[in-house]
Design a protein. Sequence first.
Length: 449
Amino acid sequence: MIGSAEGTSTDTEPTAAERRAVVAKRVESGSADLTEITQLAAAAGYDVVGELTQTRTEDAAFMFGKGKVAELRDLVRRTDANAVIVDNDVGPYQTFNIGGELPEGVEVIDRFALILEIFGQRANTRKAQLQVELAELRYELPRAEAKASLAKRDERPGFMGLGEYDESVERDIKRQISEIRDELESIAEKEEARREQRRDSGFDLVALAGYTNAGKSTLMRRLAAEIDVDENAERHPDLDTTAESQDMLFTTLGTTTRRAEMEKRDVLLTDTVGFIADLPHWLVESFESTLDSVYHADLVLLVVDASESVEEMREKLVTSHDTLYERNEAPIVTVFNKVDRLAPGELADKRAALSGVAPDPVAVSAKTGAGVAELRDRVESELPDWERERLVLPLSDDAMSLVSWVHDHGHVEAETYADDQVTLAFEAKPSIVARARSKAAGLAPAEST
């Protein structure tokens, strides 16, 4: 099981109903907030039965102070918990020490091991499974290296209960990481080719980005047309019905792509895994190929939960911009979602307070549909400009095929017939206009009867 404390696991895995956890967090200053780690624990299937926090500098041996670990032990006993989830990056040495103070069989799971456990549960495609495996290996590599260091220092295998060290383990992990990267690169090349095919077919590519639980999947349901678009050669499980929109974290792990309903333009909308606070660089890198759908879109909709505090919104906007602007090639439109939860006047206050990081947001409620029409208009106005064209074609079967093709790939403004000719006025992407001109140039005049 991902994230079990090394040296403290039992042979019997708890059932979902028995997964009882105490959540704990240490902060350097201020008060620890357990809201997100509690949501993460619930997303992984744990029943949170207790909480513990501490404000102090990190203890090298236990993360928490020794007295606080004793409190943790007592809390675990009182609540009959079988797992302790620590909302910190806990090293292997600290994991073992904490586990040694707890009742036998209690797992010690840090924040990142919990996230990997959730990812593993939600990975339904080959790409998602590879990314989870890559993240797990990157998580395990420094722990394998720690085992090596501790074992050599103590000159006994299994130092501090961390398990017998075999230097081949490190080599095997690094080999697996390299193989997975190669396979993900191959998948990424195929997806890039698919994106270009879609653009060549006249589609604009719009990506939904933002923190998990901001309402991206609900917004996608609101914007999506009935037609589903396969993201992978094998049908993506999320495409069997509509994108999930549950009030929990990480309901979307892989990418889901659907045709979105716009007035003029054919748009493919892609929903991807949500951002989450305080992710280490190695974990973000593991899911980089999923973020390619965002990085290479024609437009990004950055969805923010407007029901959160200004401080939370600002922090998430800044972090999202840092992630996106590093590699993103497209304009970004900020979407304030969940405005149905705001009190009168609250939206205006938040717009003013966040104008520096979100200068012109679109306010919507994906749940009620409020503001969605304005969002559609904004999407069309922000996408790359189309070209206008007017073609005069001979009236023939080939010409009618071209007219049909233009209808499928652009927006026809006028179509008139006179004197054995058809005149077509339309707007389309520059590449589509160029192809229409080329097709028109090859048309033979209509045969006289």
